[in-house]
Design a binder for this molecule. Structure first.
Ligand SMILES: [Zn+2]
Length: 317
């Protein structure tokens, strides 16, 4: 049986139901916890988060992957409490959003040290929470080219993925050539890697979607809802119709088996106001209706929202 690590325990992949594969309970830049302007009481954080996750569950959502790495506000005991309260499975990640969010303790570490941290969090647990990480997060630093530190983290992640069978989720799918070289050198099959944010307005034009697919990688259309139609859209926003047209084009090319979708929303952001009007529930309220209207059938929706994420998140030991 295939198994997936959630914060409340390891469960069969069949129990995941509909999965939001790239979301955040609360993401913040390292150090935001020191900025008193942004301090939130636990009551407020719960108040902002619980209704969104309850609604997600009511809509039929089963699982959310929290793609918040070490140093960006990951809080496992809080996630466990949220999961118990709302009935949503939460998969936590080890790893880092990008080299540029790894604090000095980690940014100065060797590949071997980082791989050991990741493997420990996946197989033993994250601190004394008893929860095991289910995914390894890596990413490309600001600037758009992989830095030496990004590459060190990718290599450590690849070693941990080979050792544990856990999947890798990337922040950004730009400049993927050095990443693919590292994964191949470490003997990691590329279907264990989800190249994320392949759809955002800033990066979609410079992401080699066909090349990633040809290499066997998975492609993340995981910023659904960051639409330019929002009242105050972020710089990575994109026209709603343009994103959907791009997505349908890839489905029609036969890529559906390697596509994963999500909204990358923050339930309760840390150290920044977040993007107003955007939540995880965009998936049910807008994305799925838009996909249906664009001709995507129920079998493909099941593939995108259930089968592909179950296969991706399963520990391929
Ligand atoms: Zn994200």
């Amino acid at each position: 049986m295939t198994k997936v690590n959630t914060v409340l325990g390891t469960i069969p992949a069949e129990e995941l139901e509909i999965v939001a594969v790239h979301e955040h309970i609360g993401y913040g830049m390292p150090g935001s916890e020191l900025d008193t302007r942004w301090w939130k009481t636990p009551e407020r954080a719960y108040e902002e988060t619980v209704p969104k996750l309850r609604k997600f569950r009511e809509y039929g959502g089963g699982t959310m992957v929290d793609a918040t790495g070490i140093c960006n506000g990951r809080d496992i005991d809080y996630y466990k409490s949220l999961s118990r309260k709302t009935g949503v499975n939460i998969v936590a990640c080890t790893g880092f959003v990008g080299g540029d969010t790894a604090l000095p303790h980690f940014s100065r570490a060797t590949v071997d040290y980082l791989a050991k941290v990741f493997i420990h969090e996946i197989t033993v647990g994250i601190g004394d929470t008893g929860a095991k990480a289910g995914v390894i997060k890596v990413g490309v630093s600001r600037g758009g080219r992989m830095t030496e530190l990004d590459k060190r983290i990718y290599r450590a992640a690849a070693r941990a993925a080979v050792a544990t069978g856990a999947p890798i989720l990337t922040h950004l799918a730009i400049n993927p050539e050095p990443a693919v070289t590292i994964f191949k050198e470490e003997g990691l099959p590329l279907d264990r890697v989800l190249f994320g944010h392949a759809d955002d307005g800033l990066n979609a034009p410079i992401t080699p979607h066909d090349w990633i697919y040809e290499q066997g990688g998975r492609i993340g259309f995981d910023t659904f809802g960051y639409d330019l139609e929002l009242p105050d859209p972020p710089f990575w926003g994109r026209k709603r119709a343009e994103r959907m047209e791009h997505f349908v084009k890839l489905v029609n090319k036969g890529y559906a088996d390697k596509l994963l979708v999500s909204a990358d929303a923050n339930c309760s952001p840390l150290g920044w106001p977040g993007v107003k009007g955007h939540t995880i529930n965009y998936i049910f309220e807008d994305m799925i209706p838009d996909m249906r209207a664009a001709g995507i059938d129920d079998a493909t929706l099941k593939l995108l929202l259930e089968d592909n994420p179950a296969d991706f998140l399963s520990l391929h030991a």
